[in-house]
Design a protein around this ligand. Structure first.
Ligand code: CA
Length: 328
């Protein structure tokens, strides 16, 4: 009983620390939505660009760098030459359901300039973006922190995220992060081709624990024996539509073992699952450099089972967590 209570407290602690530190919200087992950072953009544009030494191109707000020092050349900057109502927008690769926008503000000076900026989301790239829905407005209090988090009252669908600054201040954005709201589809059970004698049950990949250590971790990762053509699959219990599969790979060693794995969705539980539809491409060593490994399906796939299969001899399949998303 004491051990169970201690485990519960530990689990609560881990969840709260993960929220505090991660750029990605942690899924709580059985919960239905997750906020995921949007990474694919078509272009960013702005009303004008600063012509001084350090420049200030629109693309700097989506360059992946959050540094707030303007001299680091990762912040945008409008021209400021008597311009009124400067604006910036980004076009996403496709329309998304957006739940929040995070803006990294300038820090070396001038942070208060951003007060009054209106964040819009919608289908319009036409200033003043009145056809876009308002996600939020930045108050002067909000400009006192480096990372300004604007949570929309409710998720808004759109391909354009606009920032419009009413008045005559200069518009500078050091980074704009856009979070998509996705449904997390829970599994009811999982199976695999074999289990390593020291432990590594199939269900560990759907236990809600994203710890990526097999050794000395929290019993969070599956592990098959070394075998030919290892496989794992999990069962939703009913038909679901899958748009993306995220695999938390082993982080303590051996990440490369996941290379050549195929992720499929469909109605069969029989390896090699070729009657199920493959989600995305076969996992490459380049994809494994990131953890978690994100596999976008080319198009949404409906099925009851999600399988992971590695063809070849002397293979080991180890999964620390598998999360499945469907678009809302
Ligand atoms: Ca796990």
């Amino acid at each position: 009983m004491k051990i169970a209570l201690a485990f519960c407290l530990l689990a609560v602690f881990l969840k709260s620390t993960s929220y505090a530190n991660g750029s990605r919200d942690q899924v709580i087992f059985g919960s239905s939505t997750d906020s995921v950072l949007v990474k694919k953009f078509v272009e960013a544009r702005q009303s004008s660009t600063w012509t001084g030494t350090y420049g200030g191109a629109a693309g700097r707000a989506i360059d992946g760098h959050t540094n707030g020092n303007f001299n680091a050349r990762t912040c945008t900057h409008s021209s400021c030459r008597g311009e009124t109502n400067p604006w910036w927008y980004v076009k996403l690769q496709s329309s998304k359901v957006i739940s929040k926008v995070v803006i990294y503000n300038r820090q070396d000076c001038c942070a208060s300039r951003l007060a009054g900026a209106v964040i819009g989301i919608g289908s319009s790239n036409f200033p003043p973006f009145t056809r876009n829905q308002r996600c939020g407005t930045i108050s002067s209090d909000m400009t006192k922190v480096t990372r300004i988090e604007v949570v929309c009252n409710q998720p808004i669908i759109g391909q354009y995220v606009s920032v419009r600054l009413p008045g005559t201040n200069c518009l500078t954005l050091c980074e704009v992060q856009i979070y998509e709201s996705v449904s997390v589809t829970p599994f009811i059970t999982a199976r695999q081709s074999s289990t390593y004698y020291e432990g590594g049950a199939a269900i560990r990949a759907i236990d809600g624990n994203i710890d990526t250590r097999y050794l000395y971790g929290r019993a969070s990762c599956t592990h098959t024996a070394r075998q030919r053509n290892p496989w794992w699959y999990a069962d939703f219990g009913s038909l679901k539509t899958v748009s993306k599969v995220v695999i938390y790979n082993r982080g303590d060693c051996c990440a490369d073992r996941l290379g050549d794995a195929q992720v499929r969705v469909g109605g069969t539980t029989v390896a090699p699952f070729t009657r199920n539809t493959q989600c995305g491409g076969t996992i490459t060593q380049v994809m494994i450099r990131s953890n978690p490994v994100e596999i976008e399906c080319h198009r949404p796939i409906t099925g009851r089972y999600v399988s992971v299969y590695i063809p070849g001899n002397n293979k080991i399949l180890s999964l620390c967590e598998v999360k499945v998303y469907s678009r809302q």
